[in-house]
Design a protein around this ligand. Structure first.
Ligand code: SIN
Length: 358
């Protein structure tokens, strides 16, 4: 067994997976303002010892360090590792639920990734996976990590009749579906919980956090987790005043498999890109359109007819649309290997409409 793996634990427990982040951060001078610190310094095992006395009676905790990074350095290979650990842990009858401590910078990507690859499995098994993090390092005087971690543990260990299985997130005393969590402020304590208003769970008031009834997700099949080195290369490009066709042309000489176009307003992109994007589609590059505004849906053929081969992202933000497109491209590859004629568009369309119908 590798030193990073938890010892086999056969009695019922909540598994807490550590990924790093500010929740595991340390400041050399915790009293300084503004605070300078390093994320991903403290082991998840040690974070748990600080909250031990407040953990609900009878809840046994087991920890496993998957990574200890600043989440801005999150890699696709690490997402694959995390997804595999989550799936294997969900399958373990002794694991009643999971908590993941994570950096808030890219918690948005991890949230959608886990929803699309493990969400259905968690729902079928009736187990909850709760993502959480913090905006202040673990040794800051007002550190928010301990209360977030406790909230996540309480939610993961709530008896099933109060809340269905699925992939959720909790920060600053409020919860939502993990795929709706996104950091929309650089430093505010509630920065990562600007959940999309389309969320069926929404921002949960602490008084009924433990009693929330989420609607059943319409998602009926998880997407395959790509092998660590098999993630298709997808980039996000932002349309802006003065955009140039060269920006797109540069990518045509690369191995890029997909482009997410973060357009202005309702997701429209600069006319200067149009002809080169047509060439990109002809070369087999997958195109998805989203909005750079940070809110609102990007709809098919709105405000103008879509370029052939370019799909609208629904309510998926740029970072989420990128993960969704990567998983859709990978799913297309797996389907073709299995002799099925499903395309990335089939998979992506299913993901992009999910926020509307869940
Ligand atoms: C990180 O994302 O790892 C650093 C920032 C944070 O957790 O808030």
């Amino acid at each position: 067994m590798s030193p990073n793996q938890a010892k086999p634990e056969n009695s019922p427990h909540i598994l807490v997976l550590g990924m790093g982040g500010t929740i595991a951060g340390l400041a050399p001078n915790p009293g300084d303002q503004p605070l300078r610190y390093e994320a991903g310094q403290v082991e998840v095992k040690s974070l748990l010892t600080h909250i031990e006395s407040a953990v609900p009676e009878g809840v046994k905790l087991v920890s496993q360090q998957v990574a200890n990074i600043n989440s801005r350095n999150l890699t696709e290979a690490l997402l694959s590792d995390l997804g595999e650990v989550v799936r294997a842990s969900l399958a373990n009858p002794a694991v009643l639920g999971l908590v993941i401590t994570h950096g808030t910078d890219t918690i948005e990507e991890t949230g959608i990734f886990l929803q699309l690859t493990c969400g259905n499995y968690a729902q079928i098994l009736g187990k909850r996976v709760i993502l959480t993090g913090a905006m202040l390092p673990s040794n800051a005087p007002q550190a928010d990590g301990p209360s977030n971690l406790l909230d996540a543990i309480r939610w993961a260990s709530t008896p099933l009749e109060n809340c269905p299985g699925g992939i959720y997130a909790v920060m600053d005393g409020r919860g939502c579906m993990a795929m709706d969590l996104a950091k929309r402020h650089g430093s505010a304590l509630n920065a990562p919980i600007q959940a999309s208003p389309s969320s069926s769970v929404g921002l949960i008031n602490p008084s009924w956090l433990w009693g929330v009834k989420a609607k059943e997700a319409a998602w009926k099949e998880d997407l395959p987790i790509p092998k660590g080195d098999e993630w298709p290369w997808v980039e996000i490009l932002t349309s802006h005043a003065g955009a140039r066709s060269e920006t797109i042309a540069l990518w045509l000489n690369s191995q890029v498999k997909g482009l997410v176009l973060a357009g202005s307003g309702m997701g429209g992109f600069h006319d200067a890109w149009r002809d080169t994007l047509v060439t990109a589609v002809k070369k087999g590059v997958a195109l998805v359109r989203t909005t750079r505004t940070g809110a609102g849906a990007t709809l098919t053929d709105i405000p103008e007819k879509d370029l052939d081969g370019c799909l609208a992202s629904g309510t998926l933000s740029g970072p989420r649309a990128r993960i969704a497109l990567q998983l859709a491209l990978n799913a297309e590859k797996q389907a073709q290997l299995a002799g099925k004629s499903l395309t990335w568009q089939d998979f992506f369309a299913r993901i992009a409409v999910l926020p509307e119908i869940r």
